[in-house]
Design a protein around this ligand. Structure first.
Ligand SMILES: C[S@@+](CC[C@H](N)C(=O)[O-])C[C@H]1O[C@@H](n2cnc3c(N)ncnc32)[C@H](O)[C@@H]1O
Length: 269
């Protein structure tokens, strides 16, 4: 069990500048997948599977070689609808608690947290191929055994690949905030997604989110607190996984722009 530090808001440097997410948004385009035909189960009423695809996803020669060598064993790209839930024991070659990280970017937090907790298996989900390729190269270089990767939309992964009550943790660090009101429906963390996450967590399992966008932080707090299956974690509560995140480049930029980072952590009842 981990006593969890730092629940709440971390102050950043008081400098006025562009929020980090804005620069990030400028290099991406929105992609909206069709609504899944299934209208029953925890995904019912689901938000359109909106995400981003990078326009600059070409891999370097070395990344390509590593991808071709390791992806068949460590990665999954296709997520058919109505796919049977993943057999994570077979994929990792052992039975261990599983954490899903959605929107891992280039995987800085994924790698560090998986290295800190070798007894926990981590599945990193991302739509951005070059980010996954960077993480895959790090996994190879550092000989990390407890990371697997999925290229796809976190919504589809939760709906089609993850069984109910099977995860010890779900991490969503710095999800794209979609700051314009008319785009709020594209945010990853909202009522239906949080409900789906709650459904996929084991009792005692942890949902850990972090954001540097204050409006999104308030929204996440509201929807998480409104889900009767989740209870807010208080500082010092014992948890089955660590919530100590490394400070990533993304977060450093957030601090430089004067944004505060809010950590939001719940436990499945
Ligand atoms: C702002 S970045 C943060 C990356 C990383 N978590 C970090 O802290 O540095 C958000 C990431 O989420 C990914 N993303 C957005 N929507 C997603 C979705 N529906 N499923 C999977 N990844 C998604 C984006 O491609 C992007 O890499």
């Amino acid at each position: 069990m981990h006593a969890q530090p730092g629940v709440g808001t971390r102050p950043g440097a008081p400098v006025e500048a562009r929020p980090t997410w804005r620069a990030d948004l400028e290099s991406r385009e929105a992609v909206t997948a069709p609504e899944p035909p299934d209208s029953t189960g925890p995904g019912h009423g689901y938000l359109p599977a909106t995400s981003f695809r990078s326009r600059r996803s070409a891999l370097s020669g070395a990344q390509r070689q590593t991808w071709d060598r390791l992806w068949p064993e460590l990665g999954i790209s296709e997520i058919p609808e109505h796919f049977a839930p993943l057999d994570t024991g077979a994929w990792f070659g052992r039975k261990a608690p599983v954490v899903l990280e959605i929107g891992c970017g280039s995987g800085t937090s994924t790698l560090a947290m998986a290295q800190d907790e070798p007894a926990i298996d981590v599945i990193a989900v991302e739509v951005y191929r070059r980010g996954l390729a960077q993480l895959l190269s790090s996994v190879d270089r550092e000989r990390v055994r407890n990371i697997r990767l999925i290229r796809g939309n976190g919504v589809d992964v939760l709906r089609h690949l993850i069984a109910p009550a099977s995860l010890t943790g779900v991490r969503v660090f710095f999800p794209d905030p979609w700051p314009k009101a008319r785009h709020h429906k594209r945010r990853f963390l909202q009522t239906v997604t949080v409900g789906l996450i709650a459904d996929r967590l084991l009792p005692g399992g942890v949902l850990h989110a972090a954001t540097d966008h204050s409006g999104y932080a308030e929204h996440i707090a509201e929807v998480g607190d409104a889900d009767p299956r989740l209870s807010r974690v208080e500082p010092g509560d014992p948890l089955p996984i660590s919530v100590a995140r490394p400070t990533t480049k993304y977060e450093m930029k957030a601090h430089d722009t004067g944004s505060s980072v809010t950590e939001l952590i719940w436990k499945r009842r």
